[in-house]
Design a protein around this ligand. Structure first.
Ligand SMILES: [Zn+2]
Ligand SMILES: [Zn+2]
Length: 346
């Protein structure tokens, strides 16, 4: 065991405080990572505030981790000390079920092990990236290509893969019209990736406040959903709508923006159940879908793709003692577009 510094929420809704946690010894197939940067994801806040049930406290959030390998177990074959690596939302899965065998560890039929707020194979709680070191099985460690800075790569481990996977699955590319709903942490990566994949990209945001940013990030068009004329003007236009917001939307109105066979894919979710008129799906053979992060192999593919196309996250680097303040700003949508903690300040 090793004792390392971390920022933890001692109980649901309490501010984060500096503390220490124990990391397991480096096992046969483990990689020990010195964390350099950790991104702040909106889900960190939901979980630390006890909004998603079954929370484990104290909680050390963080599943957008970038760092450098400082030790490897004797059975590790893919990583060496000094390698630049990342860890995302998962640190283990059953590895035996149909989905795990297909590289879809995010849909492990027994449930994957969350990077934090989870229970590992040994029965111990997992602690995330708001800390100085982490020990992870090499099969759940990603390689960060040289073309990406560690600080801009960190948010790719959740925001990047959460948008890349559905864009790939539903074939965003040349000749396809993709609309990204919401221009926040997820949305800004969705715009960059969809543009790099060759799709015609539209941002649908409540207002035109971030229009200049959206166009700079790679969007071809930008429309305000607060303006009812938008829904008339864009009716039947898109192959894919990628919804990155957790606000409750008028699904019938959004489904009306899809072409025949179009898909509305959700990566953000409102807390309450939603309703829709099923005729919105029937006429136009449209689909309402969802997607969660991506598998490990696909996450590596995403990192390589982002490096090749020069796509890092747009970040605001903060000190660890600014985390609580940053969380408030995330809740107020006051971040362009991801906070990243400098782990050297923990
Ligand atoms: Zn996340
Ligand atoms: Zn599995």
């Amino acid at each position: 065991m090793s004792t390392v510094a971390a920022y933890a929420a001692p109980s649901a809704g309490a501010p984060l405080e500096r503390t220490t946690i124990e990391r397991r010894p480096v096992g046969e197939h483990d990689v020990q990572i010195e964390i350099k940067y950790a991104g702040i994801c909106h889900s960190d806040i939901h979980q630390a505030r006890g909004e998603w049930g079954n929370q484990i406290f104290p909680m050390v959030p963080g599943h957008e981790i970038a760092g450098v390998v400082t030790a490897t177990g004797p059975g590790v074959t893919r990583f060496a000390v000094g390698d630049r690596v990342g860890v995302g939302c998962m640190v283990d899965s059953c590895r035996e079920c149909e989905n795990c065998r297909a590289g879809l560890e995010q849909y492990c039929l027994k449930g994957f092990v969350d990077t934090y707020n989870g229970i590992d194979r040994a029965g111990n709680p997992t602690y995330g990236g708001y800390s100085t070191h982490i020990v992870v099985d090499e099969n759940f460690v990603l390689r960060i290509p040289d073309g990406l800075s560690l600080q801009e790569a960190a948010p790719l481990l959740c925001a990047g893969i959460t948008t890349y996977s559905p864009l790939r699955h539903w074939n965003a590319g040349p000749g396809k019209r993709v609309a990204v709903v919401g221009l926040g942490g997820l949305g800004h990566m969705a715009v960059k990736i969809a543009h790099a994949l060759g799709a015609e990209v539209t941002v649908l945001s409540q207002t035109l406040r971030k229009k200049d940013d959206g166009l700079k990030l790679g969007a071809d068009h930008y429309h305000a959903t607060g303006d009812p004329a938008t829904f008339e003007q864009l009716a039947g236009r898109f192959d894919l709508l990628l919804c990155t917001v957790s606000a409750r939307l008028d699904l019938d109105a959004y489904l009306g923006l899809l072409k025949t066979d179009g898909v509305l894919a959700n990566v953000g979710a409102p807390e309450e159940p939603v309703s829709l008129n099923v005729f919105s799906l029937i006429f136009g053979r449209r689909s309402l879908a969802g997607s969660a992060i991506g598998g490990i192999a696909e996450t590596q593919e995403m990192l390589d793709f982002c490096a090749e196309h020069g796509l890092g996250a747009e970040i605001e680097l903060i000190r660890a003692d600014q985390i609580n303040e940053a969380w408030e700003r995330v809740l107020n949508s006051d971040v362009r577009y991801r906070f990243v903690i400098d782990a050297a300040t923990i």
